[in-house]
Design a binder for this molecule. Structure first.
Ligand SMILES: [Fe+2]
Length: 265
């Protein structure tokens, strides 16, 4: 069975130590194939914030795949924003802004949807769409096929539509047809799961995570993360996503809702 722990919007600089500890403990107990962090690693792209994020991720001692969010680009340091917008991210987390992870059970493809000139709006370009499609087409039959973006491709409340990823419709159609199973995102600190479809009859799912460890939670929604599990049994793909919320009373993450994901194979 493959297992992916999806976290997002850690906003280091605003992290809550008890929640960070609980998340490390959850990762240790789940021993996932991969931890995905879908952007907004830091609050203000400061060196100390990136260092804290790097230490947290290294401490998990499992493979990680991290993409930038809009908060990972300097906001007030205009020179850095223009000339080295990803300098802090790269120094702390590695040179790849669009990392790819592949083992026999999971293929995960990162997409950098931030644009330094666009402030918080996210974009996916035709070249990025095609790069992801080409990689998806090489996936093995047994692999869970994951694409990671920062801004959401679907909204469930009207007020979030202005935060949707620009270029999403072309991307979703192409990626679903090329074999994507799930697209993971964050940005709006609201967890949900919605089905996707493409021009063919293939199905896929958009999975959104809340903020994993930051105190910048949205209204009364607690810190949350997602666990995606997938296996092939008797030739059939079985997949589910479980949302785990932080429970302050027990100082631990606990599963709150599980959604079976009907995949095309
Ligand atoms: Fe964001």
């Amino acid at each position: 069975m493959s297992r992916v722990l999806h976290i997002s919007d850690t906003h280091f600089g605003t992290e809550q130590p008890a929640v960070v500890r609980a998340l490390s403990e959850l990762s240790r107990s789940l021993a996932p194939d991969l931890v995905v962090l879908s952007g907004d690693v830091t609050q203000r792209a400061r060196r100390g914030q990136f260092s804290a994020a790097r230490a947290f991720l290294a401490g998990l001692a499992v493979p990680t795949l991290v993409i930038p969010g809009n908060h990972d680009i300097p906001l007030f340091n205009v020179a850095a924003r223009i000339f080295t917008p990803y300098g802090g991210f790269k120094r702390a987390l590695g040179a790849a802004l669009e990392p790819v992870f592949s083992n026999e059970r999971v293929l995960a493809i990162g997409v950098n949807t931030t644009r330094p000139s666009r402030h918080k709006n996210g974009v996916v370009s035709p070249a990025q769409i095609e790069r992801v499609c080409a990689r998806l087409r090489q996936a093995g039959d047994e692999q869970l096929r994951v694409v990671v973006v920062h801004q959401p491709v679907r909204a469930i409340v009207e007020s979030d539509t202005s935060n949707l990823l620009i270029g999403r419709d072309a991307a979703v159609a192409a990626w679903v047809d090329a074999g994507m199973d799930v697209v993971l995102g964050g940005h709006i600190h609201l967890p949900y799961v919605v089905p996707l479809s493409g021009p063919s009859s293939r199905r896929a799912w958009a999975i959104q995570a809340g903020t994993a460890v930051s105190h910048r939670v949205r209204s009364s929604i607690p810190n949350s993360v997602n666990v995606v599990e997938h296996r092939i049994r008797d030739g059939l793909a079985q997949c589910r996503v479980q949302r785990w919320d932080f429970d302050a009373a027990s100082a631990a993450f606990a599963p709150v809702v599980s959604t079976a994901l009907d995949l095309s194979r």
